[in-house]
Every structure is written in structure tokens, then in C-alpha cells.
Design a protein around this ligand. Structure first.
Ligand SMILES: Cc1cc2nc3c(=O)[nH]c(=O)nc-3n(C[C@H](O)[C@H](O)[C@H](O)COP(=O)(O)O)c2cc1C
Ligand code: SF4
Length: 647
């Protein structure tokens, strides 16, 4: 791989123990749910990690893998708890080695975050402190501690036999080792509790036993939280302790057993400062003689280069950025960093972890489909393709079809690419990173190229003039207007209109009808404009913003509450009056809500009139994205990429 001068440090080789890496990029571990229910790596896994190795990353750390059944936390998590699994792991390591990459595996025990549905039902931890919805765990006996230490060592030995180049121990994010380290979850009075030295004992014993099992030169990394039930000062002491116990590198992350000062609970995942852990990593690094890896919102090669060249860390770890763009490193190394599809931190990839489903990315439809969703092949017969609507679905289908040699023209009624849909999606607070997707697609469309017609409304006669072989209707969705008496009043507007900047009721008392993501985001948009907002939802409180990833949802709801937004749930609207609303509850009791304005956020309906108007005049007509069925950017990108390959 050619080295681009602007990222010299990033693309210089580096070492962890005796392992030399081709550059300073590390893929942080990511639970994928691509494994089988027995914990074996699948073909999906092999293709997924192979693609990342091909994309130039120096070291891949394969996801949290359970070292014994009681530590198991996910239905289709990777396991390394028994010898028959070695065969599938060998396929993973081979898939990475064939592209010149190195691969470690993260050894994991969930402790009180193991899932009783999948781990046999018994939860073990340092003390009886429960995590979230799970029942309180049993404090581990000394025998259970000893057998857990042995399980880590046996798993490490298996990993070495499976061809891994290194081990990472999961000592962060509130899992078992961290549960012992944190005073929030460790209330023991024996030699495993109390002082820092005692709380570090389990992790120390694990490092030593893994060292014994794997030999003197096998690299051992430990991941730990720089804050998480303890502060940075304690983290430095833990890190030094782990170095003394034989760790070859510290992978600095954060969070797990308690809210951390560095990540307040109300912060949107889309608003976390880029490289926010670099300062913490630097403090830890200053106390150590072994390399430090730092993770967290590192989206741009220039930022990564800055962290490394200023000596804050020795390696940068990328988790979600390599889900969004597996070729992040290769593109940066070539100096093509403007072609990276940057992760927007929406956290959609976390959504499926609690749904027994494989992870997916909002903006990269190939994630988890690398095995069959290959690069597009040239079209056998180039055709004239007309795409109407330059939202994500329209831009993606145009990009892929044009890259295959079709003659593609893209029409958009608005003045910019992205169409109305992306502009609305990125209007609410903290969502500006959606512009990264828009900019990426716009740049790629320039490259292929696609003929663009902005500010152009298309009807059947425009299509007749253009006379395409294929028409793709990607005109998005319109707001759904419920049939409520008074909905035509002057005091009523749609969330779409408000987010587009039309008739914002600045400083007024506003009711937003709808408690899903659009309703709640619009509420926050209005709060920022001085409105006093009440959200009226038919669903119960537990269903508010339910479609969003928990990290996004919880932070948004907390911010709304902190801002004084009121929620009236399980109420429908009987009538919209000039001075407010008549609401009716599940118990049929009516109540009045006095507001100046009413904003409708009750969903959307597809806009596919063009496809119907054109009828049989065009030989091939397709409807995709929201114009087929209003959903999210994820489905729009997926349908666009599939259709672009099929045309
Ligand atoms: C879907 C998902 C799964 C994750 N799984 C793991 C894991 O198995 N082990 C781990 O230590 N961290 C895990 N993480 C945390 C990431 O490794 C990383 O620390 C975090 O995403 C922040 O880095 P980023 O900004 O580069 O994404 C996971 C994160 C996500 C989004
Ligand atoms: S789903 Fe969102 S957060 Fe996850 S990798 Fe894709 S863009 Fe990033």
C-alpha cells in the first residue's frame, strides 16, 4: 500500500509486544450477531472481517467472545469456550491473514450483563449488583473465580491454536473484569474487593494465566475504561498494574458501570466530540512503557494522524467507522480520504443487538452482506435510466447504475442533492452529521458521473420528453394527515413543514402530535426556537421514540424532559380548536390542552403518483425507498444499492 505523506505516522508500522502491524489503525471489537447460535463464526463473519482486512486496517480485534457458557451475553455472539469452535475461528484468521492483516480476539465474560436467556440462567459477578433489567447476580465464590481465570486461559490457548496473533481481554464497558474493578459493582470484603489493588486482582490473575497459557511472547492487550465507576486517576493505577502483570498494550475506552463525567447521559451519540478520549489516553500513556490504543469518534484520518503525531496514543482504534466504510484505511493511505463514507454515529448498528438480529449500518447496506453483495458488475447493455428524487435511495441507485455503465440522469425538485428527505432528517438538533452521507453521495455522483437536474419538478410529460428505458421513482413520502376535526385550521402545520423552516411557531405554546422519532425530534427543534412544547402520543410512554437505538432514544428523551417538554401519552385527539386541543384518554375521559399551534407528526404516506401517471409509457418502472413505503435511510440505501445492480 502506498504511503500518503500527509498521514505519515498513521501509516508507519507499529508493534505490540512482538507483533508488528503494517500501520497504526486497529479495528475495535464489535459484537455482530453474525455467529451461529452455538457460538461458531459463520461465512457472513468470514466475509465481513476479510473485507475489513482487505480495506487495509492494521489489526482487527474480533468481537467479544465468551470464554465459558455462563459469561454468554448475546444470542448469536461468538464463542471460544470449547475446542470444536476452533475450526470456524481458523476461517476467520485465514480471511484476515490473506490480506496481510493481523487479528486478535477479545475474550469476554458478561458477568451481571450475561443474558440469562442464553447463559443457562445463572448470573455471576463480583457482588449482587444488578444491571438494567436482569436479575441480581450471585457474588462469585473463590472456586468460581479460579475456574473463570482458568476458562480465560483455556480460551486464550484455543485462540492461539486458531491462528490469532494476539489476545485482547475485555476489561471495560461494565463486563465481568470491570465489575470487579469498579467500586460501583464490587462490594466485596475479601482480597478481590476494597482497595484498587484488590479490585484489580481478578484482571491481574487473568493476564498472568493467559500469559502462562500462551507463552512469553504472545501479545496480550487489555481493554479498560478510562472512567467508569472510578475516575482517570484510578484508571492510571489499573493500567500500570496490568503492565506489571504482563500486558503488552492498553486499549483505552470508557464507560460501563456508572455514568461517566466524560459522557453525560443526555448527550446525543451523534454529537460526541471527535477523538474525545485522546486526552485520557495521553494521561494513561504517560504513566506506561507499553503502547496505548485509543478509540472513540475518530472519523477522519487527519484527526487520527494528529492524535498519533502528538504522542497521545500509539494506535487509533476504529469501530463504527469500519462498519460504515471497511476501506477507511486503504482510502486514507492512498490520500483518498475525501472518498471515505464517514460513520455518522447514529448508533443504528447497536439496535439489533437486543433483537436477535445481525448488526446493520444505516448508511452502508453492504455490512453483513459482504458475502453476496459484491461490487457492481458492468451492465451487459447500457440503458438510459431516469431517476426521480435525489434522496438517499435515488442517489444510491443512480450512483450504482451509473458505475455499471448505464446512462443515468437524476432529477430533484429541490435546489440541492439530498432531496427534501435528507434536509428534513438533518434539521433537528445534533443531526448535522447526516450531511456527511449527502456529501459523500454527491461527490461519488460527480465521479461516475450522473447528469443532475436540480430545481426540476418531474411529471409524466417530462418523462415522455426524456424517454428513458428505465424510470426509478424515488420521490419520498408526504406527511400523513389524520382525519381530526379542525386539522385544516390555520394553527396546524406538519412536522415536515416546520423542519423545512416553513411557519415555525417561534416562542409559542405548541402541541406536537406523535411520540415517534420525528415527533420528538421536532419537539426539540421547537424548544431550540423558544417554544413551550407538549408531546401528545397515543402510545404509552414506553413506546416513545421506540424505533431509535437505545443510546439515541434515552439521550433525546432526557434532553426533552430537562428542557421542560411535557408528555401526554395514551391520549388521542378528538378535536383541534383555534385555542388548542380536546384530548381523550384510554379511559374515555376528555381534557383540554391550550396551545397556540399544533404540529402533526403522525407518520408519512408514500408519494408514488409519478409511477402511476407514467403507466405503460416507460418499459420498466421501479418505485423505491419511502415512495414505496416510508421507512428509514437504511432501507432506502439498501433498496437503492440492490436496484442499481439489477437494472
Ligand atoms: C454494535 C457495537 C458492538 C460493540 N461491541 C463491542 C465488543 O464486542 N467489545 C468491545 O470492547 N466494544 C464493543 N463496542 C464498542 C466499540 O468497540 C467502540 O469502543 C465504540 O463503538 C466507540 O468507538 P467508535 O467511535 O470508533 O465506534 C461495540 C460498539 C458497537 C456500536
Ligand atoms: S449504523 Fe450509524 S453509527 Fe453504526 S456504523 Fe453505520 S453510520 Fe455509524
Amino acid at each position: 500500500m502506498a504511503t500518503a505523506r500527509k498521514f505519515d505516522t498513521l501509516f508507519s508500522p507499529g508493534s505490540i509486544g512482538r507483533m508488528t502491524l503494517r500501520n497504526r489503525t486497529v479495528m475495535a471489537p464489535i459484537v455482530t450477531q453474525f455467529a451461529t447460535d452455538t457460538g461458531a463464526a459463520s461465512a457472513v463473519h468470514v466475509a465481513y472481517l476479510g473485507e475489513r482486512a482487505k480495506g487495509g486496517v492494521g489489526l482487527i480485534i474480533a468481537e467479544a467472545s465468551y470464554i465459558n457458557p455462563v459469561g454468554r451475553a448475546w444470542s448469536c455472539g461468538l464463542g471460544i469456550d470449547r475446542d470444536p469452535l476452533i475450526s470456524s475461528h481458523l476461517q476467520l484468521t485465514e480471511a484476515v491473514h490473506r490480506y496481510g492483516g493481523k487479528i486478535a480476539i477479545q475474550l469476554h465474560h458478561g458477568g451481571n450483563k450475561a443474558n440469562p436467556k442464553y447463559n443457562g440462567g445463572r448470573l455471576l459477578s463480583a457482588s449482587d449488583v444488578a444491571d438494567g433489567a436482569f436479575p441480581p447476580p450471585e457474588p462469585m465464590t473463590k472456586d468460581e473465580i479460579a475456574s473463570t481465570v482458568a476458562s480465560f486461559a483455556e480460551a486464550a490457548d484455543r485462540a492461539k491454536r486458531a491462528g490469532y496473533d494476539a489476545i485482547e481481554l475485555h476489561g471495560a464497558h461494565g463486563y465481568l473484569l470491570h465489575q470487579f474493578m469498579s467500586p460501583a459493582t464490587n462490594h466485596r470484603t475479601d482480597e478481590y474487593g476494597g482497595s484498587i489493588e484488590n479490585r484489580a486482582r481478578l484482571a491481574r490473575e487473568v493476564i498472568r494465566s493467559v500469559r502462562q497459557a500462551t507463552g512469553p511472547s504472545f501479545p496480550i492487550i487489555i481493554r479498560m475504561s478510562a472512567e467508569g465507576g472510578y475516575g482517570l486517576e484510578d484508571a492510571v493505577i489499573f493500567a500500570k498494574d496490568f503492565e506489571d502483570a504482563g500486558a503488552d498494550a492498553i486499549n483505552v475506552s470508557q464507560g460501563g458501570t456508572a455514568p461517566t463525567a466524560i459522557m453525560p447521559p443526555e448527550i446525543s451519540p451523534m454529537a460526541v466530540t471527535q477523538g474525545y478520549l485522546a486526552g485520557h489516553a495521553e494521561t494513561i500513556k504517560r504513566a506506561l512503557n507499553i503502547p496505548v490504543i485509543v478509540v472513540g469518534e475518530i472519523r477522519e484520518p487527519a484527526l487520527a494522524e494528529g492524535i498519533l503525531s502528538s504522542g497521545k496514543a500509539d494506535f487509533v482504534a476504529l469501530a463504527r467507522p469500519l462498519l460504515a466504510d471497511p476501506h477507511w484505511a486503504a482510502k486514507a493511505a492512498r490520500g483518498d480520504d475525501d472518498r471515505i463514507l464517514k460513520c455518522i454515529s447514529c448508533d443504528t448498528c447497536r439496535l439489533n443487538l437486543s433483537h436477535n438480529a445481525p448488526i446493520r449500518c444505516l448508511i452502508n447496506p453492504k455490512l453483513g452482506r459482504e458475502e453476496w453483495l459484491h461490487d457492481p458488475e458492468p451492465a451487459s447493455t447500457p440503458r438510459k435510466v431516469m431517476v426521480v428524487g435525489a434522496g438517499p435511495a435515488g442517489m444510491e441507485v443512480a450512483r450504482v447504475a451509473a458505475s455499471r455503465g448505464h446512462n443515468v440522469s437524476l432529477y430533484e425538485a429541490e435546489s440541492t442533492l439530498g432531496g427534501g428527505q435528507l434536509a428534513l432528517a438533518k434539521a433537528p438538533p445534533y443531526k448535522d452529521r447526516l450531511a456527511w452521507l449527502e456529501d459523500y453521495l454527491a461527490r461519488e455522483l460527480e465521479r461516475v458521473p450522473v447528469e443532475q437536474h436540480l430545481n426540476t419538478r418531474v411529471d409524466a410529460s417530462t418523462v415522455a420528453d426524456e424517454s428513458p428505458d428505465v424510470l426509478v421513482v424515488a420521490t419520498g413520502a408526504a406527511p400523513l394527515m389524520p382525519s381530526i376535526p379542525g386539522i385544516d385550521g390555520d394553527n396546524v402545520a406538519t412536522a415536515f413543514a416546520v423542519l423545512a423552516g416553513d411557519g415555525i411557531p417561534e416562542g409559542k405554546r405548541v402541541a406536537v402530535l406523535g411520540g415517534r422519532q420525528v415527533g420528538c425530534e421536532t419537539a426539540e427543534f421547537l424548544v431550540e426556537r423558544g417554544c413551550h412544547v407538549t408531546i401528545v402520543a397515543r402510545s404509552p410512554e414506553s413506546q416513545l421514540v421506540i424505533e431509535a437505538p437505545p443510546t439515541y432514544r434515552n439521550a433525546l428523551l432526557l434532553r426533552l424532559r430537562n428542557a421542560g417538554v411535557e408528555f401526554i401519552t395514551e391520549h388521542d385527539v378528538k378535536e383541534i380548536r383555534p385555542d388548542g386541543l380536546t384530548l381523550v384518554g384510554a379511559d374515555n375521559v376528555e381534557r383540554d390542552l391550550l396551545v397556540d399551534s399544533v404540529i402533526i407528526a403522525r407518520g408519512a404516506v408514500p408519494q408514488r403518483g409519478l409511477a402511476e401517471d407514467v403507466g405503460a409509457a416507460v418499459p420498466e418502472v421501479h418505485t423505491i425507498g419511502d415512495s414505496e413505503d416510508p421507512r428509514t435511510i437504511e432501507e432506502a440505501m439498501y433498496e437503492g444499492t440492490l436496484l442499481g445492480r439489477r437494472i
